[in-house]
Structures are given as structure tokens and as C-alpha cells.
Ligand binder design. Structure first.
Ligand SMILES: NC(=O)c1ccc[n+]([C@@H]2O[C@H](COP(=O)([O-])OP(=O)(O)OC[C@H]3O[C@@H](n4cnc5c(N)ncnc54)[C@H](OP(=O)(O)O)[C@@H]3O)[C@@H](O)[C@H]2O)c1
Length: 495
């Protein structure tokens, strides 16, 4: 994300990417396809190898076939695709083994020594496994001598881990402390894949490369900020995982809090990871911890909307029939600093809603002294909409004269649609993030203090919820969400 160029030495040095949990969904559907995209664009070091490790008993051929199913040539002409895929797959190796077995990791060690034709290959260990296994695996990696530690050695080792990082502040701290025994903070890359999305990376550019926004980006001109995550499907198939976490931990504490930090932070002094992360931490520290009463919580129930039967959350096989895990949450976050004091950040996230979209909406203040009226009313306020997914777009709602001999006004959009404005495919978040791990650019990863601060905002309410303090409000699958949330939205959105 920052202006850093590849370090020449890292491009020349051999690299081994070890994917632990290689038989899983994340590995097959996201990580290996992203690695292939980077490989097909010659963005990886010339001597790069890929090693999958998991318990499944697969031959190397079976493993490669599993990977092939999800590879796509997004950056290559069709005629070059087959050959490039073949050469990529020939670099993909597989070692089966248990996650807590020293012998299995010695097998991995031997396999890697056989593949790496020099002593000093850089190594990435991508933990594509349930978080309960992070520690066992890190310890086994350390014990087998696979991790070279400290920055002084000629080759580096980096660990990539995916959320959830714990389930509250204390468990997150413990995970961080235990992992730190094997991988230092500078060697640990905590992924929030939302930060790798193009539109999210563009936030900092939009705000700070365009002079028009900064003078307006404050409480004098902005009435409210809306950050929403709507999914049009339920927990389908992921009920077991989801029920342990709920929507606040799954989406709000990480993805949406990260977005809020990027929208609200001060301008970093420089475009480097330390400065950017410092500003993100600073703004998150200005947010007071939330209480349970600050939330509207919901849980979807079955519906027959449009003549289609949709199951409720409690109908999911892997969900306990008395679960009170919220599948919807809405809250109002206040940032107590000079820029934002008094401006509500309305943050909502829900599953099984009527639409699928992740959006940021910045609502500007309406001026009562407007010269113009629409149907006798002051025109609606300007609004900047940043759509993260699907169909990435940024548009600005403005008031314009409708062509004609009369003075008639209408609200129209100044519109940037990525698909029309930019040629070529929009990179997947994982492509960008994995490349940053190789380059050692940590600006899009979650630093320890950032993680602590994000948990501090949500932990008190999560603990209150765990004491069974509140049952979530029911809302129908395919609806706009629970009534309590709609009331909250109406309260802050008068237009
Ligand atoms: N899928 C996504 O898009 C996504 C997005 C964000 C974050 N994540 C996070 O990324 C990690 C991996 O996600 P995933 O969807 O790939 O997970 P997964 O499919 O459930 O697990 C990955 C692999 O880990 C092994 N495994 C699963 N459960 C295990 C258990 N209880 N004990 C021992 N091994 C077990 C399995 O391999 P073997 O049986 O062959 O060992 C499985 O193929 C998780 O931390 C998840 O929260 C995933």
C-alpha cells in the first residue's frame, strides 16, 4: 500500500510459501489462487516454491488437482493459461501430518530442505487453520527449526494469521503473547482481508490525494458517517463457527472497525506502515468502549418471502436450538476528538438481509440557507458513497439543474464505477496482501496495539452479552433487519 518498492535482495532470494491447513477452503479458494495470480504476473521471486501441509492424506498429484479446480487465469491470455498453470502446480508440494506432531514438522522440514536448493530461503508460514491450532502449529514450527528467528539472520520467516484473533481482549492478548514466543511482532502478519480490498486501499488516497476532501472532512461539514455490511445469505454451512463468534466479533470488531479507523484517522505524516498504523491506533483510542445498551442485536428467523422458504438461524444443523448469538448488530460509535466530536458513526452488520453490500456513506450537513428548493423543501444533503462490494464504486450525490427551460433541480450522482473507469481486473484482496507480506510492508496488517484497542471497544459489551443480558430481536430472512435497528437508522437519518 505504501510507496515502498520491492527490495532487490528479496526478489532475488529464494522464497518458500508454506500453507498450513492446505486442504481447507481458505487455502484452496483464496490463498493458492492469489499465489497463482502473483506467479502469473511474475511478481514473485524467481525461485519460489509452495508447500501445502495438513492432515488429509493426499498424494502430491491429488493435492495439485484440488488446487487446479480453483485457479483462474485472470491476468493471462487464454493461450498461455494452461502452460502457466502447469508450471505453477509443478512448484506446489504437499506434506501430510498432524498439527501437534513434532515428527510431522520434521517431515515438513526435510521436504523443504529438499525443495530449497540453497540454505537461505525466505519463508512464509500461512496459517490457514482454525485459530485453536495456531499455538500448537507455531510451537511445532519453532521446535522443528523451521523458523529462523530475529532480524539479524540473512533469511526471514514470517507468519500470516487470519482473524479471529481471540474472542475478547484477554484471549487476544494471550494469543499474541504465546505466538510472540515463536514469531516476533515484526514477523507476524495479522490479516484482515478487508484491508486488501481495492476500495479500502483507495480510502487513504481519496482522502489525502484530493485537496477538496480534507477541509470538509470534519464535524463542521459532516453530519454522520454510515458503515454497513449486509449479507443476503445466512450462516449456511458455517453455523458451528459462527455461533461461537457472532456478528460483532465476526465483522464489527475487525472489518468495520478497520474501515472506521481509515475514514476517521488524521493524515499520517508519511506514507509508511508505522505512521499509518500510529494514526489508526490514535483514532481508535478516541472511541469509548461500548456497552450492551449501545447495541441493537438481531437474529434472523425463517421466512417465505417471494414464495421461497428460507430457514431461520436456529434451523441450522450446527446451531444450538436455544442460541442467542446475534446475526445482526447495529451501534453508534462516537469518536471523541476535535475532528469528530458529536458526529455519529452508525455501524451495522447483518446476515440474511434483503441485499448484499458493504458501504461507507458520508452524509454532509444540509444548509438551511440554500438558495434553492426542491418541491418547496431545502435540497437533500450531499452524500459521498463508497461501495466496497459488490460492484466497487464511489459516487457523490449532488444537486443539479435538470436540462430544460424551467429551473428544476434533481439529485444526481457524480459517479466512479471501477468496472467502467479502470481497465483490467480488480485484484483480489489476498493478492495484494500476500505481496505485501513478501515485501515486508505492514501498513495493511493489524498491529498488536491496534488489535488491543479494537478489542477494548467491544469487549465490555461482549462480556455483558455472554452473561445472557439480552436476547436478540428476531427479523425475517430477506428483510432489512430488526425493527430496533430500523428505528435507530430513522433517528439518525432524517432524509
Ligand atoms: N474461508 C475463508 O474465506 C476465511 C475468511 C477469513 C478468515 N478465515 C480464517 O482462516 C482460517 C482457515 O479457514 P478455512 O475456512 O480454510 O477453515 P477450515 O476449512 O475449517 O480449516 C482448514 C483446514 O484445517 C484443518 N482443520 C479443520 N478443523 C480442524 C480441527 N478441528 N482440528 C484439526 N484440523 C482441523 C482441515 O485440514 P485437515 O483435516 O486436512 O488437516 C481443514 O482443511 C480460519 O482461521 C478462519 O477463521 C477464513
Amino acid at each position: 500500500m505504501t510507496n515502498s518498492s520491492d527490495r532487490a535482495s528479496d526478489k532475488e532470494k529464494a522464497l518458500t510459501v508454506v500453507v498450513i491447513g492446505a486442504s481447507g477452503d481458505l487455502a484452496r479458494k483464496k490463498i493458492f489462487p492469489a499465489l497463482f495470480s502473483l506467479y502469473s504476473q511474475d511478481l514473485l521471486p524467481a525461485k519460489t516454491n509452495f508447500v501445502g501441509f495438513s492432515r488429509s492424506d493426499l498424494s502430491p498429484e491429488e493435492f495439485r488437482e484440488k488446487l487446479r479446480e480453483h485457479l483462474a487465469c485472470r491476468y493471462l491470455p487464454r493461450e498461455l493459461c494452461g502452460e502457466k498453470m502447469g508450471s505453477f502446480l509443478s512448484l506446489c508440494h504437499y506434506v501430510p501430518g498432524q498439527y501437534d506432531s513434532a515428527d510431522a514438522f520434521l517431515d515438513l522440514y526435510q521436504a523443504m530442505r529438499g525443495i530449497e536448493d540453497e540454505d537461505q530461503a525466505n519463508r512464509i508460514f500461512y496459517m490457514a487453520i482454525p485459530p485453536s491450532l495456531f499455538l500448537d502449529v507455531s510451537r511445532a514450527l519453532g521446535a522443528s527449526g523451521l523458523v529462523s528467528c530475529g532480524d539479524h539472520l540473512q533469511a526471514w520467516s514470517r507468519a500470516v494469521i487470519e482473524k479471529p484473533f481471540g474472542h475478547d481482549r484477554a484471549s487476544s492478548d494471550e494469543l499474541v503473547a504465546q505466538m510472540a514466543q515463536i514469531f516476533t511482532e515484526s514477523e507476524t502478519y495479522r490479516i484482515d482481508h478487508y484491508l486488501g480490498k481495492e476500495v479500502i486501499q483507495n480510502l487513504i488516497v481519496l482522502r489525502f490525494a484530493n485537496q477538496i476532501f480534507e477541509p470538509l472532512w470534519n464535524r463542521s461539514y459532516i453530519e454522520s458517517v454510515w458503515i454497513s455490511f449486509d449479507e443476503d445469505f445466512g450462516a449456511e454451512g458455517r453455523g458451528g463457527y459462527f455461533d461461537r463468534y457472532g456478528i460483532v466479533r465476526d465483522v464489527m470488531q475487525n472489518h468495520l472497525t478497520q474501515i472506521l479507523a481509515l475514514v476517521a484517522m488524521e493524515r499520517p505524516r508519511r506514507l509508511d506502515a508505522i505512521e499509518i498504523l500510529n494514526e489508526k491506533v490514535k483514532v481508535l483510542r478516541a472511541v469509548a468502549p461500548l456497552k450492551m445498551e449501545d447495541f441493537v442485536l438481531g437474529q434472523y428467523v425463517g421466512s417465505d418471502r417471494g414464495g421461497v422458504r428460507r430457514p431461520g438461524y436456529l434451523d441450522e444443523e450446527s446451531v444450538p436450538s436455544d442460541s442467542t448469538t446475534p446475526t445482526y448488530a447495529a451501534t453508534v460509535i462516537r469518536v471523541d476528538n476535535d475532528r469528530w466530536r458529536g458526529v455519529p458513526f452508525i455501524v451495522t452488520a447483518g446476515k440474511a438481509l434483503e441485499r448484499r453490500a458493504t458501504e461507507i456513506r458520508v452524509l454532509f450537513r444540509r444548509s438551511e440557507e440554500n438558495l434553492f428548493k426542491i418541491d418547496g423543501e431545502t435540497p437533500p444533503p450531499n452524500e459521498l458513497v463508497i461501495r466496497v462490494q459488490p460492484d466497487e464504486a464511489i459516487y457523490f450525490r449532488t444537486i443539479n439543474k435538470v436540462p430544460g427551460l424551467r429551473m428544476r433541480l434533481a439529485e444526481c450522482d457524480l459517479n466512479l464505477r471501477y468496472a467502467q473507469a479502470f481497465s483490467g481486473p480488480v485484484p483480489e484482496a489476498y493478492e495484494s496482501l500476500i505481496l505485501d507480506v513478501i515485501r515486508g510492508d505492514k501498513s495493511l496488517f493489524i498491529r498488536k496495539d491496534e488489535l488491543e484497542t479494537a478489542w477494548d471497544i467491544f469487549t465490555p459489551a461482549l462480556h455483558e452479552a455472554a452473561r445472557g443480558a439480552r436476547k436478540p430481536e428476531p427479523y425475517e430472512y430477506g428483510s432489512e433487519g430488526p425493527e430496533g435497528a430500523l428505528e435507530l437508522i430513522r433517528k439518525f437519518r432524517s432524509v
